[in-house]
Write a protein that binds this ligand. Sequence first.
Ligand code: BG6
Length: 502
Amino acid sequence: MADAHVQKKPDPCSFVIFGVTGDLTHRLVIPALYNLAAGHLLPDKFCVVGVARNGMSSDELIDSLMKGLRQYATRPVDESVAKRLFECVTAVEADPSDPASFDALRDRLDRLEAKRETGGNRLFYLATPPSAFLPISRELSRTGMLAENGSWRRLVVEKPFGTDLASAKTLNAELLKLMDEHQIYRIDHYLGKETVQNILVLRFANGMFEPIWNRNHIDHIQITVDEKLGVGHRGSFYDATGALRDMVPNHLFQLLSLVAMEPPARFDAHAVRSEKGEVLSSIQTQTEEEAQKNSVRGQYRAGKVGDTEIEDYRKTEDVKSGSTTETYAALKLTIDNWRWAGVPFYLRTGKALGVKRTEIAIKFKQAPFAMFRDTSVDRLSQNYLVISTEPTEGIELQFNTKVPGPTINIDGVEMKFRYKDYFRTAPSTGYETLIYDCMIGDNILFQRADSVEAGWAAVQPFINAWKKAGARGLKIYDPGSEGPEEADELLARDGRSWRKLT
Ligand code: BG6
């Protein structure tokens, strides 16, 4: 995580994007590079090489990236900055099924780098479908492009990293035959979000939270990532993936691991990533029966979210008509360690819901003594600390207070901190920090192989149980709702309820 006060310039390097014609490159990678260029955080000696399969010229590529930038930029585009960035862009054609094209790519890169004086440092960004990760990596290795001889070579791998525990293990093992762990940057865009990075600061740079951050004071934790949008044009990817695989072992577990990890000894990649891996591997492995009991999965039918019509999930383009893929998942997990024994973690995520909300709500235990029982106060409202990423970035504390007046009346109130009220920062894509960190070689915000595998190991019983159950147990919910009612029952069984979302 770059320190805002000592932002060093990255080493000269080439930024090689595979999948340069795709949505991710246009929507996020190029706008992030633009924002870094605007902040003078790109190396002085730099080039962007866009690798595509379709024989596009550099001019055509620049044209298309420029259009993308105009559409997706998070701030007004300064033409001189855009010009400076796009001057560095070259299109190259290469296809992993044609080895000669990778030999040609290597020769082309060598020539470009000599001209641009980038010193041979290379960042390969795989903005491709997952099926291309290994074929590309194998070709990069065969042609010697991953060998670090006095210069660095790094590979950024997007999610999904595997589709289950076995495939994630295979992908890790195969990649590690081609390069070292320190060269692999497994990206999860949730770690680029300010509020997510702030969880560590909130917990470990303040003296007042950590002493109560445990089973003695915390009743349970809720992690919510609710979205209003449906699956849209991503039917083919989504139907093979579902809400659980798409969101839980990656994004929700990033939130869970930061909120539940032990304090690392130092703020460095090894210490932080070891603690994150440790807490993920402490998630209790459930049997398939337990997983079935401790989960709810749903699928949306046709309806409306606000004024927007949402078509029945099963009628979505590229979705099978009898699909049993979940678009909503809720899970109850427990962490088997000294700090969290007996504290449930409830996770929920879904599409086509009534609100867009990403938050971690930490529910504290009731005050231990009912001193106000003989007054007109019958039920105290609940104490929550809420770390929120969507729709506003900030932190809220809910607590009880006396309503002014001669009698004792108590009401729940909220204290709110919002990033935008305190800090004036230019809006970003969330990828800037991640790309910058990758260029300076700081992998603290990237996932290590062990954490990825620990995440998949924790969700594997749910994958297995749901596969076995098929259509049985799949709950249908209305767009615009909070998801299937059974998700409420999951908490009601434990005498708890989801925090009301607004
Ligand atoms: C992506 C998922 O990784 O994250 C999408 O594939 C999801 O399905 C998205 O919509 C959510 O990201 P964010 O930043 O909008 O919460």
